[in-house]
Design a protein around this ligand. Structure first.
Ligand code: LLP
Length: 432
């Protein structure tokens, strides 16, 4: 957090709004987004493309945080967006988001999802496998319709990140295999289908990646495949999509490049590679999720019980946990947490921050330096904006938190807190 985020009361502010007041008004746990920061990250990505003078699309990977309000911000900022389910698409539709800016992703899109995508004329379907080509061609036939497609290839690159966050390695479940000729076969099938307009190719190597090298290798590989397709099939790709995955700084140990600097290096790599094989530089698309919303998000929790195990450790328990942020439990993800009441207060303890869920693994932070805190104080966990709320669950039948957008000193609830009635509204009685 920066020093201008502390107000006269000494409280943490976000977007000019006092977090203690946010907690009082909207309750806790609470997810808060700094909208200005979301906008500035999208603009920073776009600026790089403008400076490099290439055609582009910045396509927000909405799995990181999908909400009507978020698609509205994307539209305002001219960001495209990618969706991976009927649910995300329905949310974008509800937001009145321009469908020609939507890419539909996924390694097992259902017939119903593909139909929905065709009916709403999404901008692109990113084809992942042969079964999908078959399903989609049937649907297009039935509906006497056409659609733009891209082919997702498996570039055979193992990104240095958590195993669960790798997607480009040779044995990945995603995309068409290159070495065995599957990608070539997929291209031929799609080229032969007059209802599919193939725009180009796509690869995504993983998420929370710090090393530029993997992106550069993926960029080279994509251009290599594009050149091979030109030579072999006389087909020229208009678009190369390099996916997302630009790592962000969660803790002091993390020292990634700025997200937009990853992108600058990728653009340069594609330009160089294209020059070598005499290909025109295509439109370059990126799909950042985490880097757009991660740093803009904060989770506010209220401190409850505390426990000290003498000589060993102390727990501070908060009113949320793995239901609103599964990442620490699932990926051993680390975050920084501060006292929202007084972020500058003297640090006096190293604590384990525990959630309220009935599970020993429900620990939000293993070892966090904090000042003394008392029940009712508010803690702010930083950089929680990506894959936090979007992976939230109702485990233990806890309600999912509210989500608030703040900007220019104003706060607006954009997802309401679940009520107890919401939690049980799908249940039916079994015994009369
Ligand atoms: N494009 C594709 C095809 C993807 O699969 C993903 C993420 C992205 C773009 C966006 O990647 P990002 O820029 O957000 O890193 N739940 C995990 C992350 C899963 C990422 C899934 N795909 C986590 O919390 O770390």
């Amino acid at each position: 957090i920066s020093s201008n985020q502390i107000n006269q009361e000494g409280h943490l502010t976000i977007g000019g709004v006092d977090t203690i007041e946010l907690a009082q008004e909207f309750g806790t746990p609470l997810v808060v987004y700094d909208v200005a920061q979301i906008r500035s990250q999208i603009r920073a990505f776009k600026k790089v493309f403008e400076e490099e003078k290439v055609k582009y699309a910045v396509s927000y990977a909405s799995k990181a945080f999908s909400a009507v309000a978020m698609y509205q911000i994307c539209e305002q900022e001219g960001a495209h967006t990618d969706v991976v389910s009927a649910g995300e698409l329905a949310t974008a539709i509800r937001a009145n988001y321009p469908m020609n800016f939507v890419s539909f992703h996924g390694n097992n899109k259902s017939a119903a999802e593909l139909e929905m995508a065709v009916d709403h004329h999404v901008g692109k379907i990113i084809l992942d496998n042969f079964y999908e080509i078959e399903l989609l061609s049937q649907i297009l036939e039935e509906k006497d319709s056409q659609i733009n497609v891209m082919l997702r290839i498996t570039p055979g690159i193992s990104a240095h990140t958590h195993e669960y966050d790798q997607t480009g390695q040779i044995d990945s479940k995603f995309g068409f295999d290159l070495e065995s000729g599957q990608a070539d076969q997929a291209l031929q099938e799609v080229l032969a289908n007059p209802r599919m307009n193939v725009l180009g190719l796509h690869a995504h190597i993983g998420s929370q990646i710090f090393e530029l090298n993997g992106f550069q290798m993926a960029a080279q590989k994509l251009v290599e495949v594009a050149a091979h397709w030109r030579d072999q099939f006389g087909y020229t790709s208009q678009v190369i999509n390099v996916g997302g995955g630009f790592g962000i700084k969660y803790t002091e140990q993390d020292q990634p490049l700025k997200p937009e600097e990853f992108v600058r290096a990728i653009i340069k790599e594609i330009k160089n590679s294209c020059e070598k094989v005499d290909l025109p530089v295509p439109e370059i698309d990126i799909e950042p999720g985490r880097s757009i919303v991660g740093p803009a998000g904060y989770n506010l929790y209220k401190v409850g019980s505390q426990k000290t195990v003498p000589g060993l450790l102390s727990y501070i328990t908060v009113d949320g946990g793995m239901g609103d942020n599964i990442r620490p439990a699932l990926y051993q993800a680390e975050y920084e947490t501060v006292s929202a009441n007084d972020p500058q207060k003297e640090i006096t303890q190293e604590v384990r921050i525990a959630g309220k869920y009935c599970e020993s693994g429900d620990i939000l932070a293993q070892n966090q330096a904090l000042p003394d805190v008392k029940p009712g104080d508010i803690l702010a966990m930083l950089d929680t904006g990506a894959y936090g709320y979007s992976m939230a669950s109702n485990y233990n039948r806890n309600a999912r938190p509210a989500v608030v957008f703040v900007e220019n000193g104003q706060a607006k609830e954009v997802i309401r807190r679940e009520s107890l009635a919401d939690l049980i509204h799908l249940d039916e009685s079994y015994v009369d």
